[in-house]
Ligand binder design. Structure first.
Ligand code: NAD
Ligand code: UDP
Length: 317
C-alpha cells in the first residue's frame, strides 16, 4: 500500500506551487499549502479545496510556522521582477527569514526540504550556457539584488543546515518557466506578450530584444521538482532545471504574434538596469542524476498557454 506523505508547500497558491499541489495530491499525498497571497491567488487552488487531503493556510513564512509534515517544498517568494521590486525589503525577508524559518521547521521534524532557487543566482552571466559550478555575476546593490542575493543567501543557509545539522536538502536552480495559471498581470515576459497579443494591444520589448531566455513548460518543471525530491539523501543539488532551447525576446514576441494571429505592434522601451543579456541552462546534471529531459518545445507550450489566457479573456468579455 502507498503510504501517504504529508507535504508542506510554501507559496502553494502561486503559479508553480498550485501545479505542484495538484501533482502531489494526484500521487496520493496529503498537501498543506501555506501562502500569504501576495502574488498567489485562491483561484489557483479553488479546484483542490474539496479534496479532504488538501489544506490551505494563510501564513507569511517570514514568521515561524509549527506543524507536522514529512517533506517541505519552499516556493514562497514573488518571482516576477515588478512584484519582487515593489517591496524589496520584504523580498529579502521572505528569502532569508523565510528560509531560516522553514529550515528550522525541517530540522525539528527531520524532514526533507526543497528550495526553489533560481537562475538569477548567476546574475548577468559571463559563462554560457550556465552550469552549476559557475559562481555568477550579481550586482549586490542593484534593483534585482533583493531577489538574486536573497536567493543566494537562501542557498548558503540550506548548505549550512546540511553541513551543520545533517539536514536533507534539495536545491533546484529554476530557469524561466511559463504556462497556465501565470497571473494575468504577473509582469513576466511570456504572460505579458500573450495577454497583449490576445487583446491586440502593443507588445512592449525592453531594450532591442536581443537578450535571450530559455523557457520551460510548467508541467515538466514540476516533474523535475518531484524527481529531485525523490533522489537519495546524498543528492543535495544545486541542480539546474530549465529547457535549454534559447530564444531572443524579439523572437518570442514574433512567435506569439504569429501564433495568435494578432494585429499587435511591437514597441521598444529602455532596458531595465541589470537585465541579464543571456540565459541558457546546462542541464547535464539534471539529465544524468534525475533522468529529466524537457521535451515540450516553445510552440507546444505557448499553444497551451494561449488557450489558457484566451479562456480567461473570453470570460471577461
Ligand atoms: P508566484 O509569484 O506565482 O508564486 C509565489 C507564491 O509565494 C505566491 O503564491 C505568493 O503569494 C507566495 N508568497 C510570497 N511571499 C510569501 C510569504 N512571505 N509567505 C507565504 N507565501 C508567500 O511565482 P512562481 O513563478 O510560482 O515561483 C515560485 C517559486 O519559484 C519562487 O520562489 C520563485 O523565486 C521560484 N522561481 C520561479 C521561476 C519561474 O520562472 N516561474 C524561475 C526561478 C525561480
Ligand atoms: N521583457 C520584455 N517585455 C515585457 C516583459 C519582459 O521585453 O513585457 C523582457 C525583460 O526585460 C527580460 C526578459 O523579457 O529581458 C524576461 O523578463 P522576465 O521578467 O520574464 O524574467 P527575467 O528577466 O527575470 O528572466
Amino acid at each position: 500500500m502507498h503510504l501517504k506523505k504529508r507535504v508542506l508547500i510554501t507559496g502553494g497558491a502561486g503559479f508553480l506551487g498550485s501545479h505542484l499541489c495538484e501533482r502531489l495530491l494526484a500521487a496520493g499525498n496529503e498537501v498543506i499549502c501555506a501562502d500569504n497571497f501576495y502574488t498567489g491567488s485562491k483561484v489557483n487552488i479553488a479546484h483542490l479545496i474539496d479534496n479532504p487531503y488538501f489544506e490551505v493556510m494563510r501564513h507569511d513564512i517570514t514568521f515561524p510556522l509549527y506543524l507536522e509534515v514529512d517533506e517541505i517544498y519552499n516556493l514562497a517568494c514573488p518571482a516576477s521582477p515588478i512584484h519582487y521590486q515593489n517591496d524589496p525589503v520584504q523580498t529579502t525577508k521572505v528569502n532569508v527569514h523565510g528560509a531560516i524559518n522553514m529550515l528550522g521547521l525541517a530540522k525539528r521534524l527531520r524532514a526533507k526540504i526543497f528550495q526553489a532557487s533560481t537562475s538569477e543566482v548567476y546574475g548577468d552571466p559571463e559563462v554560457h550556457p550556465q552550469a552549476e559550478e559557475y559562481r555568477g555575476r550579481v550586482n549586490p546593490i542593484g534593483p534585482r539584488a533583493c531577489y538574486d542575493e536573497g536567493k543566494r543567501c537562501a542557498e548558503t543557509l540550506f548548505f549550512d543546515y546540511n553541513r551543520q545539522h545533517s539536514l536533507e536538502i534539495k536545491v533546484a536552480r529554476i530557469f524561466n518557466t511559463y504556462g497556465p495559471r501565470m497571473h494575468m498581470n504577473d509582469g513576466r515576459v511570456v504572460s505579458n506578450f500573450i495577454v497583449s497579443a490576445l487583446k491586440g494591444e502593443p507588445i512592449t520589448i525592453y531594450g532591442d530584444g536581443s537578450q535571450t531566455r530559455s523557457f520551460c513548460y510548467v508541467d515538466e518543471m514540476v516533474d523535475g521538482f518531484i524527481r529531485l525530491m525523490e533522489t537519495p539523501s546524498e543528492i543535495t543539488g544545486p541542480i539546474n532545471l530549465g529547457n535549454p532551447g534559447e530564444f531572443t525576446i524579439l523572437e518570442l514576441a514574433e512567435t506569439v504574434i504569429s501564433m495568435t494571429n494578432s494585429s499587435s505592434s511591437i514597441i521598444f522601451k529602455d532596458l531595465p538596469q541589470d537585465d541579464p543579456q543571456k540565459r541558457k541552462p546546462d542541464i547535464t546534471k539534471a539529465r544524468e542524476i534525475l533522468g529529466w529531459n524537457p521535451a515540450i518545445n516553445l510552440e507546444q507550450g505557448i499553444t497551451k498557454t494561449i488557450e489558457y489566457f484566451d479562456g480567461i479573456l473570453s470570460k471577461d468579455k
